[in-house]
Design a protein around this ligand. Structure first.
Ligand SMILES: [Zn+2]
Length: 265
């Protein structure tokens, strides 16, 4: 029987094989959730069912990904761009690199990065200490940028990756891994330790004539961390984790899809 809206109008039933219409057996909180879904104007498109189908990001050609051996890559037949490379032992390698990056990150922010000796006076600072000096010298915007791009964003990048990889190794990863996967590229974009390091090198060269510069342990650790973060990203195969959490998207979609049954105004 076709369901009706509160006004008595008929709601068109969509050909959704997963859709479970509201029933009198719904518990109160499910009924409220269904009502909210119907008020929402959001709707999910239905996937084609063939998860090997993808569109090329460069030329939009729709194509089917083959089963790849570890280390092999799939290329677009029209524009020859690499669409996907199956990383070898991606989760384990990424986990090892992420743990190493986490240790180096803690060291880099705990020990001095630079020491200066000017006319007999010594001074040394950490990365966070450098941001604080900038703040104290009325450079608040630069201080916030340094703190965010060299301290907070790398911490988020490492932390999210660690959570994704640890959860992704499970047989059935939890649903929140999808949210982390969507937000992780943002932390990668804002993590700019290498930019800060280039800035520090330029400053060192300029100041070398006036003061004795003593490079701290953190300076070397940060350079290693730059390459370690790049290796961590290169080893990670997000498609492998997306395939594992497919069940969560499918479980969520029918509930949101019920919003499509809203009567057009
Ligand atoms: Zn293409």
């Amino acid at each position: 029987m076709q369901p009706t809206a509160p006004g008595g109008k008929l709601i068109p039933v969509l050909p959704n094989r997963n859709r479970k219409g509201p029933t009198k057996f719904d518990s109160p909180h499910i009924a409220i959730w269904r009502s909210l879904s119907e008020l929402s104007s959001e709707a999910y498109n239905q996937p084609v069912g063939d998860h090997g189908l993808i569109a090329c990001l460069h030329c939009d050609l729709l194509q089917r990904l083959p089963d790849l051996a570890p280390g092999a890559s799939a290329r677009c037949p029209r524009c020859n761009k690499e669409l996907w490379r199956r990383r070898e032992d991606s989760l384990n390698r990424t986990l090892a690199l992420t743990l190493a990056a986490a240790v180096l990150y803690v060291v880099a922010n705990s020990v001095p990065m630079l020491g200066l000796t000017i006319v007999g006076r010594d001074a040394s600072t950490t990365v966070i200490g450098g941001a604080k000096h900038l703040w104290d010298n009325d450079q608040q915007i630069v201080a916030i940028l340094v703190l965010f791009t060299a301290v907070i964003a790398p911490a988020l990048q490492i932390g999210l990756m660690l959570a994704i990889v640890l959860a992704g190794r499970r047989e059935r990863p939890p649903r929140w891994v999808g949210a982390l996967l969507r937000h992780h590229p943002t932390t990668r974009i804002w993590s700019m330790i290498e930019v800060m390091m280039v800035g520090v090198l330029v400053a060192l060269v300029k100041i070398a004539d006036y003061a004795t510069v003593i490079p701290g342990v953190a300076l070397f650790v940060l350079w290693v961390l730059v390459f370690l973060l790049a290796a961590m990203q290169a080893a990670f195969d997000s498609r492998e984790v997306w395939e594992k959490i497919q069940w969560a998207d499918e479980a969520q979609r029918p509930a949101a899809g019920d919003g499509m049954a809203k009567e057009p105004a």
